[in-house]
Design a protein around this ligand. Structure first.
Ligand SMILES: [Fe+2]
Ligand SMILES: [Fe+2]
Length: 274
């Protein structure tokens, strides 16, 4: 069922999360004052400097802003120096079929799941065409249940990835665009005791919490950041970044966020939306 990326169950695995790059077909396009292709490359260079032997890159949506196939080719090019397998899920700005068309290279997948030693990574599509908010339809929830049952049988720990936030954020404008049926997600997850983490993007900010001993994490965008508490759309002055995770063979998750430093960007703080 799951794509097997590594089979050593006694090993720890290193994962990098790259999210919300909001790329355009034209690599020179400026978005809210930033060249999003350049900031993605800045983040990738930071990853190369800081992370050795990456086992998997999780790309958690809003990879393109203009939904062009070329934007996805640009994303593939920007991440090529990482030389690691990638799993993608769509965000509200993405079109899954166009993502699929761009995935001609090996080691990049829009797969449901992957097995990394003692870990099952499960990818959920929360995209609702034409809407900013997210929803897991009945097929996604049923597939999640199947993956959880299968991974429980083989003794794996589980990390679930989805684009939209399943825990609330403080900023009201952003919270209305959350995963609308987080309760249904949790009611599936709560039937199992081997789920260790949930990872998402979408909120363009660092976030870390837990629920029933499950670690819940989000990463900064590789471009603009959202102010975490303002109820109206406000761009924060935090730098672009990424999240790293160390998945222990014993089911533990160590994780942290790193941001680009030593560069200043001409962010348009007057922007009223993304
Ligand atoms: Fe985004
Ligand atoms: Fe999003």
């Amino acid at each position: 069922m799951a794509e097997i990326l590594a089979d050593n169950k006694n090993q720890n695995y290193r994962i990098v999360q790259i999210t919300d790059s909001h790329l355009f077909a034209d690599r020179k396009t400026i978005f809210d004052g930033l060249n999003t292709f350049d900031t993605l490359c800045d983040v990738v260079n930071l990853v190369i400097k800081q992370q050795k032997n990456i086992d998997l890159v999780l790309c958690t949506g809003d990879l393109a802003q203009d939904t062009s196939i070329q934007a996805y080719y640009n994303f593939v090019d920007a991440l090529a120096p990482l030389s690691a397998p990638q799993l993608w899920i769509p965000g509200n700005h993405d079109i899954r079929s166009r993502m699929q068309q761009s995935l001609e290279q090996n080691c990049i997948h829009l797969k449901r799941s992957a097995q990394l030693g003692n870990w099952r990574i499960i990818m959920l599509n929360s995209n609702v065409e034409g809407h900013v908010y997210g929803l897991l339809d009945q097929k996604e929830l049923a597939d999640l249940d199947l993956e959880l049952a299968d991974s429980e049988r083989n003794g794996s720990h589980v990390l679930v990835c989805v684009h939209h936030n399943c825990l609330p954020v403080q900023a009201a404008w952003l919270q209305q665009h959350c995963l609308k049926n987080a309760d249904e997600l949790f009611s599936v997850l709560d039937q199992y005791s081997h789920v260790r983490g949930i990872l998402y993007g979408h909120i363009h900010q660092e976030f870390e919490s837990s629920r029933n001993d499950v670690k819940i994490m989000a990463a900064p965008s590789t471009c603009i950041q959202f102010h975490p508490t303002n109820d109206n759309f406000t761009i924060d002055n935090a730098q672009p970044g990424y999240r790293w995770l160390n998945l222990g063979a014993d089911g533990t998750i160590e994780s942290g966020v790193e941001r680009v430093s030593g560069k200043s960007y001409n962010i348009d703080f007057r922007s009223t939306g993304c």
